[in-house]
Design a protein around this ligand. Sequence first.
Ligand SMILES: NC(=O)c1ccc[n+]([C@@H]2O[C@H](COP(=O)([O-])OP(=O)(O)OC[C@H]3O[C@@H](n4cnc5c(N)ncnc54)[C@H](O)[C@@H]3O)[C@@H](O)[C@H]2O)c1
Length: 254
Amino acid sequence: MMLKGKNILVVGAAGLLGREIVKSVIREGGQVVAADVSAEALDSFSKTFGSSAFESVEIDITSKDSVFRAIEFCERTMGALDGAVNTAYPRNKNYGRKVLEVTHEDFSENLGLHLGGYFIFMQQCAAYAQEKGEPFSLVSMSSIYGVMAPRFEVYEGSNMTMPVEYAAIKSALLHLNKYFASYMKGSGFRANSVSPGGLLDGQNERFLENYNSHCMEKGMLDPSDITGAVNFLLSDSSRYMAGQNVIVDDGFSV
Ligand SMILES: NC(=O)c1ccc[n+]([C@@H]2O[C@H](COP(=O)([O-])OP(=O)(O)OC[C@H]3O[C@@H](n4cnc5c(N)ncnc54)[C@H](O)[C@@H]3O)[C@@H](O)[C@H]2O)c1
């Protein structure tokens, strides 16, 4: 019961990782508001998990007003917020092209949506924490591709790549943690991130073999393999961690 008594907002809650994070925060005794841009996906998650387990709210992290309203909703339904997890994954329709085909327009739009959205969310959490004068832990989802160069050979024989926007976004996010940690010094606001390795999601055998050959034990991970690090960063056990990044990748980046 690492998170007993904690009120946590989980954003991107209807996604692959978000669903697991919601379940695991609840298992650890926390109270959750699950937030996502897709009302439909939230609704279906809430139905499968049990609609009384958590409250849900729509949020678009690229809109300051929407983030503000979601935080207000949390206060109304749970009381003061102790922390938040941002695991949203905004991207435009051209996202995922190979680097030599990416236009300036698409690059900028994807940075605006994803990095810009994570910035707005971080800014609004920091503003909330400052107003309340209470401790607040924000965990943002980065990636191993925010800390290491891509291993393009693992994508050979598949139509996947590691998008260039992703590298720019996820690495910049690590520095935003440090920026906010420094700016908010003495306020109790903590910004940290978790950088998962690849998560199992129906990828083909050849890709899995390529990828797994760089790992120590399991290879591609399940979303439930990431939640321990998230809970730790949300909890008081990490009280003196700020501006940091925790890599959970079964050694892929070593
Ligand atoms: N899946 C992986 O292998 C992997 C690995 C490392 C890091 N990550 C990171 O983890 C996070 C979650 O990944 P995932 O695989 O669960 O993605 P996903 O696409 O399954 O889920 C993302 C969720 O974010 C929501 N979303 C999109 N735009 C939004 C917006 N503007 N505002 C609020 N919510 C929005 C979507 O509706 C979706 O429910 C991402 O930031 C991703 O970069 C994923």
